[in-house]
Design a protein around this ligand. Structure first.
Ligand code: 2HG
Ligand code: ZN
Length: 473
């Protein structure tokens, strides 16, 4: 077989790939159709020009392994694609890559009720796993606003977090085993669902959060948990950012929290404009806290609320009285990303230790007011985990490139603040393309070098999601 040289035109390369891919996939599982590729080659960031060469839809591990082996021989870069709900450009195909979609590997293969383990393919959608767990009287508690379309493989590849990390942890905490196809085309199985396994390096954890740079996650053993007791939700109106932390502490001491989220009035007003929801409180305050806790602790929660009122930290509050009211209160928070999507926001997803949050918030608030006095800045996030989302909204009249340029100009200042506090420039969205150039603000040079060496072990020819997470060399 001839090697595909760089001099070949895109059309020739595409043609060559299709000919080779037809030896692995049925024709209907290969596409070069422009509109389809545009969708398959992007994620929710919408900031990048996409230009995949082709896309394939494997239905088996063997097909994935064969594809990787072929891609190594013929130098085709591969980009994994799950639910495409990522927010950092981690699965965006910008340079003639082959998109590998897991949409057709979406089956739950086995459930063991004793181990409470679900063996599933990578393309199983988060909500499908949650539903499966509920049907068996159990729970898969990792949850996000994108649960309806995000896939388990993508969740693992980015170690997705979400809204209940404060109680249930990140995706990492629920992966009991995994099968991967490495960038060399080897099929490896990690941990096999064991609770205890002290046999050296746990390679499973290297692949979790690796953003498709080491290989493809093709199957996983996901742990299920005990079904949750009924939950209640409160939304509190808060005047000052710093008071949010005092409220968090007060509630943490009193009740078993499953979420402690916050959003600014601006963020909520975008959701209200976008929906039929109504303001939850009579008073308008600059910030709101959404607190979820066990229903049987409602009396204790009400006591904590009164204490916060007495302290002057809280101005007003509402407690859900029914499931539909709980859903509506959650929609005020869950609906933010979608309702601001039209502003092509510049996203930041940062974290510091919880104890550092008040001072960090002050610093960042000052920075934002100084540098973006004319731009709308939406604050929200998982304040109970020290994770803040800062979305800068593009005014309709401002050119997109000029807008992004302005936002990027502030990044070093913002990231220096994070570095000074030992925080992270990406708490839960991953690095992808969006934060790749700033990795050094969260990782030592020697650590980044070690990451490169690890990548080389699993992906010696650099075909796996090139240019993501690590700068090309
Ligand atoms: C959330 O917390 C997601 O809703 C998305 O992480 C955050 O849109 C964002 O910036
Ligand atoms: Zn989030």
């Amino acid at each position: 077989m001839p090697n595909v040289g760089k001099s070949q035109s895109t059309a020739d390369r595409r043609q060559h790939f299709v000919e080779l891919a037809q030896g692995i996939f049925p024709s209907e599982h290969i596409t070069v159709e422009h509109d389809e590729l545009r969708v398959l080659g992007t994620d929710w960031t919408r900031n990048f020009e996409v230009s995949p060469l082709a896309a394939v839809f494997p239905t088996s591990i063997d097909q994935v392994a064969e594809l990787v082996q072929m891609a190594n021989v013929h130098h085709f870069p591969l980009v994994p694609s799950g639910g495409r709900t990522g927010l950092s450009g981690g699965c965006v195909a910008t340079s003639d890559e082959i998109v590998v979609s897991f949409d057709r590997m979406n089956r739950i293969l086995h459930f063991d009720p004793v181990d409470r383990l679900v063996h599933c393919q990578a393309g199983v959608v988060t909500a499908q796993l949650q539903q499966f767990a509920a049907e068996h009287g159990l729970t898969y508690p990792v949850d996000f606003s994108s649960s309806g379309s995000s896939q388990i493989g993508g969740n693992i590849a980015t170690n997705a977090g979400g809204i209940r990390v404060i109680r249930h942890g990140m995706t990492r905490d629920w992966v009991a085993g995994m099968k991967v196809v490495t960038g060399k085309g080897d099929v490896l199985e990690f941990n096999r669902g064991l609770v205890k396994n002290a046999t050296g390096y746990d390679l499973r954890h290297l692949f979790i959060g690796s953003e498709g740079t080491l290989g493809f996650i093709v199957e996983a053993e996901m742990q299920l948990g005990t079904a949750p007791s009924p939950q209640r939700v409160m939304v509190l109106g808060v005047g000052k950012l710093a008071d949010l932390l005092s409220i968090l502490q007060r509630f943490k001491q009193t009740v078993n929290l499953s979420a402690f989220e916050f959003f600014s009035d601006l963020a909520m007003s975008k959701v209200l404009q976008h929906s039929t929801l109504r303001r939850p409180l009579r008073e308008t305050t600059e910030y709101y806290a959404l607190i979820e806790y066990d229903e049987d602790q409602s009396e204790l929660a009400t006591q904590a609320f009164s204490d916060c009122l007495d302290q002057g930290w809280v101005v007003d509050g509402v407690l859900s009285q029914s499931n539909s009211q709980t859903d509506d209160l959650w929609r005020l928070r869950d609906g933010i990303t979608e309702s601001i999507a039209g502003y092509v926001p510049y996203k930041n997803d940062v974290s510091v230790r919880i104890s550092q949050v008040p001072e960090f918030l002050d610093d960042i608030d000052g920075l934002v007011k100084e540098h973006y006095p004319d731009l709308e800045v939406c604050w929200f996030g998982h304040i109970g985990d020290g994770n803040l989302h800062l979305n800068i909204l593009k005014p309709p009249e401002l050119d997109i490139n000029e807008f992004q340029e302005r936002c990027r100009a502030i990044n070093p200042l913002l990231f220096k603040q994070i570095q000074r506090r030992g925080g992270s420039i990406s708490a839960e969205h991953g690095v992808g393309l969006l934060k790749r150039d700033y990795l050094e603000f969260s990782r030592e040079t020697s650590e980044i070098d070690a990451m490169r060496e690890i990548k080389h072990v699993f992906d010696p020819n650099g075909i796996m999601n090139p240019g993501k997470l690590l700068l090309p060399q």
